[in-house]
Design a protein around this ligand. Structure first.
Ligand code: PHB
Length: 398
């Protein structure tokens, strides 16, 4: 982080110095536009179970800007940053602070679906540009879709649907699902159920605990007595680490295959150690993807942060790329809203995950990989579903 901050600041200072001499050679309106900074409001979790996810998104978003000489659409960038704590009750006030007080040009966030839903409401009420770099809340690109709302990540339905299909194709007969009881967990486990049952499987029970609780023991006891053929879970961040450890410690890892949306093992492998080895998950990213863009991204991210890249970093980086494409198309002029949105809709994002495009509902159309944990990597072992688009049920724009 410190490294990124210093370099961003240095790049910004150099750019300002350059402008002072170049100013008189460009038209006045353009010069004014160039001088004003683009305001980005980052609303992400920096504390709590999703803290590392928010930090990875932030670091990589800044990396995308550094790739462009510290600018977006030719303008320097100014950040307003809020820790949303993954706390939905504080979300309306936090989002309003950024949109109405700080008057950001783009609101970027967040990780938690419940918090994201409040951001969607604020963005709709104020016609503010919103880019969601993680939260999968189906409604954001479903019934609540809007021209000013984009997502660079996934819908909760997508990776879950992919895993249900993989399990059904293998002729697995029964499953138990388990998750935190909030939008992401509900939509993820329902997405799994949809494709698993369509393919002939049966979800015999859906188990829940409140977010972000990690008292898994009674639920593991129940799973042991239900004896399903597999267990599908949605957990992420700190909670995912505790869960794979408890699942293994309960002796279930050998007897009942544990699968999940890839968040279960993303950005968490070092902490999970042995408990995650061999686990299969589905996600729109895999560590070892041998693409030039991925190799370059992973090296640059490692250099800037001293951390390994994960799916959250990729989504944050792509949020930056998406905004850059929009602002480049209007030469930094955010008042050219129609053209800005049109460019973001048409964008083909050259992502570390592989190239992806935007659906009509503004959600990525992308490949979902089947991955298997090997050492400290989520190794890609196949493509579970190619170019999977969220059904965008209820989106009037689509
Ligand atoms: C969500 O709340 O939508 C969410 C949170 C963490 C993840 C994925 C989705 O890793």
């Amino acid at each position: 982080m410190t490294k990124i901050r210093r370099r961003t600041l240095l790049a910004g200072a150099a750019a300002t110095a350059g402008l002072a001499t170049a100013g008189s050679f460009v038209p006045a309106r353009f010069a004014i536009g160039q001088q004003a900074k683009v305001k980005i409001g980052l609303m992400l979790p920096y504390t709590g179970t999703y803290a590392q996810l928010g930090q990875a998104i932030t670091d990589a978003f800044k990396l995308a800007i550094m790739d462009r000489g510290g600018k977006l659409g030719g303008r320097e960038v100014e950040f307003s940053v809020v820790d949303d704590e993954s706390e939905p009750s504080k979300a309306p006030e936090n989002a309003n602070k950024l949109v109405t007080r700080d008057k950001v040009d783009f609101l970027v966030g967040t990780v938690h679906s419940g918090v994201a839903m409040a951001m969607v409401k604020v963005a709709r009420d104020n016609d503010a540009m919103l880019v969601i770099p993680n939260a999968g809340a189906d409604a954001a690109t479903g019934p609540l879709c809007a021209p000013n709302i984009f997502r660079s990540s996934f819908s909760n339905w997508q990776p879950a649907y992919a895993m249900g299909k993989v399990m059904a194709d293998r002729k697995v007969k029964t499953a138990v699902t388990l998750s935190w009881k909030y939008a992401a967990g509900e939509e993820s486990t329902n997405g799994f159920k949809e494709s698993f049952e369509k393919g002939g499987g049966k979800v015999v029970k859906q188990l829940w605990l409140p977010f972000p609780n990690v008292e898994f023991q009674p639920l593991l006891t129940e799973i042991a007595s239900l004896k399903p053929d597999c267990v599908y879970v949605f957990f992420a961040g700190g909670g995912a680490v505790k869960f794979t450890k408890d699942y293994a410690a309960a002796g279930l890892k050998q007897s009942i295959p544990l699968v999940g949306a890839g968040f279960l093992t993303d950005g968490t492998l070092e902490a999970q150690g042995e408990s995650a080895q061999g686990l299969e998950t589905t996600l729109h990213y895999g560590d070892g993807l041998d693409l030039p863009k991925n190799n370059a991204f992973r090296a640059a991210y490692k250099k800037a942060t001293n951390k390994e890249a994960d799916v959250y970093a990729v989504q944050g980086y792509d949020a930056g790329q998406l905004i850059a494409i929009g602002l480049d198309a209007v030469k930094g002029d955010t008042s050219a809203r129609k053209e800005l949105i049109a460019a973001m809709e048409k964008a083909e994002i050259d992502s570390p995950r592989g190239k992806w495009t935007m659906s009509k509902a503004h959600n990525p159309v992308q490949d979902f990989y089947l991955r298997k944990v090997e050492g400290n990597q989520n190794k890609v072992v196949g493509v579970a579903v190619k170019a999977l688009a969220d059904p965008a049920r209820g989106c009037k724009m689509a």
